[in-house]
Every structure is written in C-alpha cells, then in structure tokens.
Design a protein around this ligand. Structure first.
Ligand SMILES: *[C@@H]1O[C@H](CO)[C@@H](O)[C@H](O)[C@H]1NC(C)=O
Ligand SMILES: *[C@@H]1O[C@H](CO)[C@@H](O)[C@H](O)[C@H]1NC(C)=O
Length: 399
C-alpha cells in the first residue's frame, strides 16, 4: 500500500517535471527564436520597400588645379558618360567647376580643393559662406609636402576627406597602378600587396639579345635642379664610379620629352634609368618610375616610399637598400655584365600591366557608399596629418 502510494507520487512528480520542462522549452523557443525573427524581417521588409533610388552625386571643383579650371578634364561639366568611359564601377556622378549648375554651393555633395598651390584669394573671403553638414570638403594633392605651397595652418576642422598619393588617404590618388593581366585586379599600390613570384627562373631569348646590344650604363632626366632629396649630389657621386648621362635642364644632354626616339634609346642603349624623387616622403613615387617601365630598362629608384607596396619584386632597384654608393654601383656593374640576371627584372611584364590613375572613380564610388553618408569625419589639424613624420631629410644610403 505504502509502496503503491510512493509510486503514484513519484509518477506525479515526474509528470509535473516533464510538463514544466516542456513549458520552459516552448517559452525559450518562443522568446529566442520565433518572436524576434518576425520583427527583424519586418524591419528589413520596410527598409526594402522604402529604398530610395540612388541619387546623383554632384562634385564641385572649387579651386583650380595648377591654373586649370577643369583639372584637365574634357569639359567644364562631365557626367555619368565620362565615368562610364573611364570604366568606373559607379558612374552616377557629375563633376563640374560651374558653381551655378545647382542653386547654391551648399547643394553640391562634395567640394574639391587643390592644396598644392596657394589659393589666389584669401581663404576667409572666398570659402563658401554656407556649408551644409552633409557636404564633403576634399583636400586634393599629388605633390609631396616639400611642394605644398598652400598654407594649411588656417584649415583646422575644415576638410572631411583627403585625396592624395598617400596610402592612408581617404581616396588614393596615385600616378599609376599595377593591374594583373589575367584578372584585371589592381594589385598595387596596397599596404599588403599579393605579388606573384617566379622571377628566379625567368628567361627570354629575345630579351637576352636585346640586352646584349646595350652599350651605355645610366640615364637620368631632370628638369628641377637642387631638389630637397639632394638627388643631384647623389648622381654626381655615382658618376665618379660609372657613367650616367643626365638629360634635361639640370644635365648636359637633350632629348625632347615624349619623343619616340627618347623611348627607343632607353630600350636599346641604356641599362639603368635613374628615377630619383625630389623629396624623400612616405608613399611618394611619381610618374618617373612608371614611365620608364614601358621600356626595357631597369629603374633605379630613390625615394621615401616602401617600394614593395607599389611595384612587383624584381621590377626595380631601390638605392636605399644599399649602404654605400660603392655597393650600389658594384651591383649595377654585375647586372650589366650578366644579361641573364639582368633580364629577370622584366619577368613581371608577362603578368602585370601598368594603368593610369582614376581618382574620380573612387571619389564617385565613395560618395555613394552608405557608410560614407552615415559617418561624420573631418581632420582637426590637416597640416599635422600632411607634414608630421611624412618626409625625411637624410637618405639611408651614405653619400
Ligand atoms: C619574350 O619577351 C617578348 C617581349 O616582352 C615577348 O613579346 C615574347 O613573347 C617573350 N617570349 C617568350 C618565349 O616568352
Ligand atoms: C565635415 O566637416 C565638418 C567640420 O569641418 C563637419 O561639421 C561635418 O559634419 C562634416 N561632414 C561630414 C559628412 O562628415
């Protein structure tokens, strides 16, 4: 009797326990899974229903670019057709220097200011009087800090974005890019570019013959003498050990820029093209290096950039990787005497091509990005961002 009662109580407890457990599970499933998912879907559904057609972005070229009102574009105003013609991923933008295209200056989505040259008018007079909080003021510059002639002192809390050759800019405005031929991807410049390998065993009979016909050593083109990087002195030091022909205003020889004869001469006669920058600044590499890469000549580069971020391995020789001018010249001599080693510097040409710059593509795309529209940002002290720690006075190679 007592045993049976115990058993009945046990069964009762067991069923109460099971039912409570079941209820808990249902409650859990209900609160954790079912209820919120319904409202999440609703929010998403509403946002899809209310999506606005992407509106066109208007970019005003507010200052000139080295005296050119159009920044060297084809017309005063260019629109989506222009962005399509340069194959931008996003094309719904208008670029203009016409301040009357829209009702007021504060209606433009972005204003571009060129900061390499002094603005010919006082900033406080001519800066737009009304500024809409959603407008983006862009500081554009392709020159190094050594050639930034606009005083940035007065520009506290003024610029929202930067558009320069520096890799930490909001929009990177580089001279050229390395594009992988197979995929069309831009590989460099980038902070951590994924370059291919394969130069070690590179061989090409045609190139070997071509290189064996070269008779001269170094060539340099300079039009701006006495640069901050002391490149003229460096070249003079090198000239004590090997021959370097210097063309242009700072040299003794002449060859009109862009003439076919000049380009031919690089491929057929010279071994090394000296692409020395005017200042040693972070990320600062000008068109000199890229232009020489169209020919079959090795660029010997001198600048403040980490060149591995900009060009494939074995496509250039970085002067700053040598301790002394002697060591550098020894290596150049070695290559000139060993054409099979010399031609390995052309291995990349079968995998990459060099393409021109399209900063306006990036600007247009970034203006359309939802992140950029939601975020507020500006440079408290643009002068500090641009100058501090950006350039070196002394080179790493001794001369
Ligand atoms: C050798 O190089 C030339 C010039 O770049 C190129 O046209 C040719 O296809 C290359 N030959 C081989 C066998 O790769
Ligand atoms: C642009 O910068 C100004 C400060 O100069 C700021 O008031 C404004 O909110 C910024 N706009 C955006 C979209 O970041």
């Amino acid at each position: 009797m007592i045993r049976r009662m115990k058993r009945a109580r046990f069964v009762l407890y067991l069923s109460i326990g099971t039912v409570s457990l079941l209820l808990l599970v249902i409650l859990f499933v209900h609160t954790q899974c079912l209820r919120p998912s319904i409202s999440y879907y609703q929010i998403l559904e509403e946002s899809i229903q209310n999506r606005r057609p992407d509106d066109r972005k208007y970019i005003l070229l507010y200052t000139n670019f080295f005296g050119n009102r159009n920044w060297y574009l084809r017309a005063e105003t260019v629109g989506p057709d222009f962005f399509k013609s340069i194959q931008c991923p996003v094309t719904d933008c208008v670029l203009t220097n016409n301040r009357e295209l829209l009702n007021g200056v504060s209606d433009y989505d972005a204003l571009l200011f060129h900061i390499a040259e002094p603005w010919t008018y006082s900033l406080f007079e001519k800066v737009p009087k009304i500024r809409s909080p959603r407008q983006i003021y862009v500081a554009a510059n392709m020159e190094s800090p050594a050639h930034t002639k606009h005083l940035l002192e007065g520009d506290h809390d003024f610029f929202n974005w930067t558009m320069t050759y520096r890799l930490d800019s909001d929009i990177i405005w580089n001279y050229n890019y390395f594009v992988e031929i197979d995929t069309g991807y831009i590989v460099g410049p980038a902070d951590r570019p994924q370059w291919r390998t394969g130069w070690e065993n590179y061989f090409n009979e045609t190139l070997l013959e071509l290189v064996q016909g070269k008779t001269k050593m170094g060539v340099q083109f300079v039009s701006h003498c006495g640069a901050f990087s002391r490149r003229d002195e460096l070249v003079r030091e090198i000239q004590r050990l090997m021959e370097v022909d210097v063309y242009g205003k700072c040299g003794t020889m002449e060859c009109p820029r862009g003439s076919p004869r000049c380009a031919q001469m690089l491929t057929e006669e010279y071994h090394f093209y000296f692409a020395f920058e005017n200042s040693l600044c972070r990320d600062y590499i000008t068109e000199k290096m890229y232009n020489s890469m169209d020919s079959y000549i090795i660029p010997v580069v001198f600048g403040g950039a980490d060149y591995t971020k900009f060009a494939p391995p074995r496509s250039y020789i970085d002067v700053q990787q040598f301790k002394t001018v002697h060591q550098l010249v020894d290596y150049l001599d070695y290559l000139a005497r060993n054409p099979r080693e010399y031609i390995k510097y052309f291995w990349w040409k079968e995998h990459y091509r060099i393409s021109g710059d399209q900063p306006f593509c990036q600007l247009c795309r970034k203006l359309h990005e939802i992140g950029a529209q939601e975020r507020t940002q500006y440079y408290r002290n643009i002068k500090q961002w641009w100058f501090d720690g950006a350039c070196e006075r002394d080179a790493r190679i001794k001369f």
